[in-house]
Ligand binder design. Structure first.
Ligand code: SF4
Length: 326
């Protein structure tokens, strides 16, 4: 339904529509096309999945209540003009009229604003990507979520009774690259689904070689969703985060790194470079599309911070150094 759009609570705060105490405001507006029912797909980690009995207003840990589309679009334009937001991210779910709703929302935003737009979407034919590009979408993200085909099958493929395949997602990413070009296509990867550090880093390298960036998420157990698991170990998460930063900034490569029992034991750079990189705190900031900081998307206030939405303090850098050894 086009009259409504789902909006993250942090975004509503920036738009002046919610009062909320927070340590960090989003630098991007997080939106989702609105549908009153469940998703046609059944990703096992997702609250909106067809067979999930979780609260469908959740995306990962965040709440996305529905709001009036016109009011959100007009406030979004003003927030961008005043420098309060630097991008808009439209997430989608799988339902019959989703693509038309998405096109409508992109047009509404583009009509009055040059705010950079990212769209996170499941595989569609290449001509749909071309249509989005022509409408003014800047970046396309197709979430693999899993780092191996086997994990993919278990959480969002055949074993999860989903219509998706690993091959279909890789093909769509390749086609998105042809339309949007290197550096403007990304994916989301959820860590904590039973992957090894070697598997995660290997995939991040091969995606990066193609010009696809990876946004990392920590698996977040959502009450009443279908997947029962635990959050990832912080040491595991930090090492993959650091390795992905080194790869994406061209400082190291998968084949220069060493692993022992699938844990990274050598990041393939000189000690001084490693120390400088860690001490900058940059590898542990939220990454993905430019200006995406996703505050509290996979963490709760006061809990473990997997992706920092703002620069780290000196104490946090000390803590991260300890976590890398865990
Ligand atoms: S990286 Fe951030 S802005 Fe880009 S699609 Fe993912 S959540 Fe949206």
């Amino acid at each position: 339904m086009r009259e409504k759009v789902r909006v993250s609570m942090g975004t509503l705060r920036v738009l002046g529509l919610e009062i909320l105490a927070t340590e960090a405001d989003p630098t991007t507006a997080y939106l989702q096309t609105y549908h009153s029912g469940k998703c046609l797909s059944n990703c096992r980690f997702c609250a909106q999945a067809r067979d999930s009995s979780a609260n469908a207003e959740h995306i990962a840990r965040g709440l996305y209540p529905p709001r009036d589309t016109q009011e959100i679009v007009s406030r979004l334009m003003k927030a961008y003009e005043h420098g309060l937001l630097r991008g808009a991210c439209i997430q989608t779910m799988n339902y019959q009229s989703m693509f038309d709703d998405l096109v409508y929302l992109v047009k509404e935003i583009r009509e009055g604003s040059s705010i950079p737009i990212s769209v996170s979407i499941f595989p569609f034919p290449k001509n749909s990507f071309e249509e989005l590009k022509a409408l003014g979408v800047d970046r396309l993200v197709i979430p693999l979520d899993a780092v191996t085909e086997a994990i993919f099958d278990g959480i969002k493929g055949m074993q999860a009774f989903c219509p998706y395949t690993w091959g279909g997602h890789i093909k769509a990413l390749d086609e998105a690259l042809e339309v949007f070009n290197r550096g403007n296509v990304g994916t989301h990867l959820i860590l904590g689904l039973g992957e090894t550090e070697r598997d995660a880093v290997h995939l991040i390298q091969s995606l990066s070689d193609k010009g696809i960036y990876s946004a990392l998420f920590a698996y977040t157990p959502i009450p009443f969703s279908q997947l029962r698991g635990d959050v990832p170990s912080i040491g595991h998460y930090r090492r993959i985060q650091l390795a992905s930063y080194l790869i994406e900034s061209g400082l190291s490569r998968f084949d220069r790194m060493r692993f022992s029992e699938d844990r990274i034991v050598d990041f393939g750079v000189e000690d001084s470079v490693l120390e400088e990189t860690i001490s900058s705190g940059r590898p542990f900031l939220t990454r993905g599309c430019p200006d995406c900081n996703r505050p509290y998307s996979t963490e709760s206030p006061g809990g473990v911070i997997y992706n920092f939405p703002r620069p780290l303090t000196r104490d946090e850098i000390k803590l991260v150094k300890e976590q890398l050894k865990k």
